[in-house]
Design a protein around this ligand. Structure first.
Ligand SMILES: [Fe+2]
Ligand SMILES: [Fe+2]
Length: 145
């Protein structure tokens, strides 16, 4: 667990797990609680990227308004829109249907980060540079895993 790709990839898995729990709770008991946990963690994950990792990438490459991080920011906005729609649903089934669209966006987005953006970051930065900020947003990780 000493690369950005490993840590952030692991956090994608965490988001996937929270999403699955949220969908299950909506489907089985119309419980919106796990959806709130999922959205909270997604927002923390987006902050880790938008406030910590992307600025480093943009500084390095000079690509701010165009380029991969700009596209990722745009996709975050789309996902934020869907999440706030889900949050404002009163009907669990409606929220769950929106969740399916969100899941597709999320999978495509995460693959792009894992296959392209994070490896580019790893080529130029050490995880240590970002460790404290990432831990404060995402929580601690197990160095041994
Ligand atoms: Fe992202
Ligand atoms: Fe991500």
């Amino acid at each position: 667990m000493n690369t950005i790709t490993a840590i952030m990839g692991k956090d994608h898995q965490q988001c996937d797990q929270l999403f699955a729990a949220s969908e299950a709770a909506l489907d089985q008991s119309e419980d919106f609680g796990p959806l709130k946990d999922f959205i909270h963690h997604m927002k923390q994950h987006f902050s880790a990227e938008e406030d910590v990792l992307f600025p480093a990438f943009e500084e390095l490459t000079g690509m701010r308004d165009r380029g991969p991080s700009a596209m990722m920011r745009l996709e975050h906005e789309q996902m934020r829109g869907l999440m706030s729609e889900m949050e404002s649903c009163t009907d669990a089934e409606q929220a769950s249907n929106l969740g399916e669209t969100l899941m597709i966006l999320m999978q495509q987005h995460n693959l792009k980060e894992e296959n392209m953006l994070y490896p580019m970051l790893d080529q130029h930065f050490q995880l240590d540079q970002f460790k404290e900020s990432l831990i404060s947003l995402l929580g601690p990780w197990d160095a041994a895993t």
